[in-house]
Write a protein that binds this ligand. Structure first.
Ligand code: SAH
Length: 393
């Protein structure tokens, strides 16, 4: 079957020639009438020059380019891309006896737009964000299992919430290969249970690994509040770092149950830790002068560009509460994972919050996502995690 071809309007190939991997709907001059969601398509310029091959999708981004070379998108293609991604993680020294949790594929950052793969021991959790990747899921699973010395035995597909609803693909979260073995993974020597069946994202936020390590170095002798703790990632690093006490807060009771289980797994019977299923703002209102290290890692306040204004107000309010309540000499770890909000906007929101509190505040570190969430330099949209470590007098 001949590959379907999308022709661009005149001049609309410029960003693609600079390797930006998205074709927007406004750039398309013509597309075959029988084109369908998830089709592999060839993109050509108005004068019929080859531009790339990619996955077609209905929406504002109509093609996600998989290759700027005229290549087949088949098992060999996925094997090569996954193998390159795995080699990079090896280079990053993330595959060790005391670390078996990492992101193997970060969409555009690994030249596989629409695909996320997180690895927990010998289980890979695959998320498709595009119909094309959904249709390729079995091929991807086959390539994952065959991957060098990775030892991946189980592939869990988890795309019920990440695929475009309108595409009506009706994906089922399920194992494509293998099945349940264990859900305990290891990050920097700390153990944690990953709930890929029911948990958020792929079950754990691997993207905070480096920032959690940094926290460990600041925790000694401090009273730590881990706000929006999810399954407790920051909490057990704080405990290993020698915190006096660690309180974990999340509005989800399920997250709190997992946090407790994870702390118990690493520090059985340790009375320094307590966890509360409560709303962040409510909790912060009650904590006068109790903590000298606070972590704020809320969910994305802006999921779309339209929500930016309200999200910035949200970040300002939340951080203002922390500045109001943190002890003098305190350290605040504050984050935003909203892709729609850039570094400067986030910093401005935190600046406004600091100004409201009238406290002396200094930036100690500026944080971002770790190296297994690489940013394709031609696709700056891939940068999403922002954080500041602040010293509050
Ligand atoms: N810091 C975590 C990830 C945080 S994800 C880690 O390192 O793994 C964001 C968390 O915020 C989710 O677990 C969600 O349940 C929680 N959350 C969302 N709204 C909240 C609110 N209003 N109050 C408290 N927690 C909230």
């Amino acid at each position: 079957m001949a590959i379907k071809t999308i022709k661009l309007k005149k001049g609309k190939e410029d960003s693609l020639l600079r390797f930006h991997p998205w074709v927007f709907s406004g750039a398309v001059e013509s597309a075959p009438t029988d084109i369908e969601e998830g089709d592999i398509v060839k993109v050509v310029s108005n004068d019929n020059r080859f531009i790339g091959v990619g996955h077609f999708q209905i929406g504002s981004i109509v093609v996600r380019i998989l290759s700027f070379e005229d290549t087949s998108i088949d098992l060999t293609f996925f094997e090569e891309r996954l193998s390159a991604a795995y080699d990079l993680r090896k280079t990053l020294n993330l595959i060790r006896h005391d670390n078996n949790a990492f992101r193997l594929v970060h969409g555009e950052g690994d030249f596989l737009p629409g695909l996320i793969v997180d690895v927990y021991g010998n289980t890979a959790v695959v998320q498709a964000h595009s119909p094309g990747m959904h249709f390729a899921r079995n091929t991807i699973a086959q390539a994952l299992v065959g991957l060098n010395d990775a030892g991946i035995k189980n592939v869990y597909y988890k795309s019920e919430t990440t695929l475009p609803f309108k595409a009506q693909l009706d994906p089922q979260n399920d194992y494509i290969v293998g099945g349940y073995e264990t859900n305990i993974a290891i990050e920097n020597g700390l153990k944690f249970q990953v709930d890929w069946l029911k948990g958020q994202k792929t079950g754990f936020f691997v993207d905070q690994r480096d920032n959690r390590s940094l926290l460990e170095h600041y925790a000694k002798g401090r009273s730590v509040l881990n706000m929006f703790c999810y399954t407790g990632g920051f909490s057990f690093y704080a405990m290993r770092g020698g915190a006096n006490l660690v309180h974990s807060v999340d509005s989800s009771a399920k997250a709190i149950a997992l946090t407790k289980a994870n702390v118990e797994l690493n520090f059985p019977g340790d009375s320094r830790h307590e966890a509360y299923a409560e709303d962040a703002f409510k909790f912060l209102n009650t904590i006068d002068n109790k903590y000298d290290l606070i972590i704020l890692d809320p969910p994305a306040f802006a999921k779309h560009r339209s929500a930016i204004k309200n999200a910035l107000i949200g970040y300002r309010k939340l951080n203002a509460k922390a500045f109001e309540k943190i002890r003098p000499g305190g350290i605040l770890f504050t984050f935003s994972c909203s892709q729609a909000i850039n570094k400067e906007q986030f910093r401005l929101a935190v600046f406004s919050a600091a100004a409201m509190s009238k406290r002396k505040v200094r930036i100690l570190h500026q944080l971002t996502q770790p190296a297994d969430h690489p940013i394709n330099i031609y696709h700056p949209e891939g940068e999403y995690l922002k954080g500041l470590i602040l010293y509050v007098e």
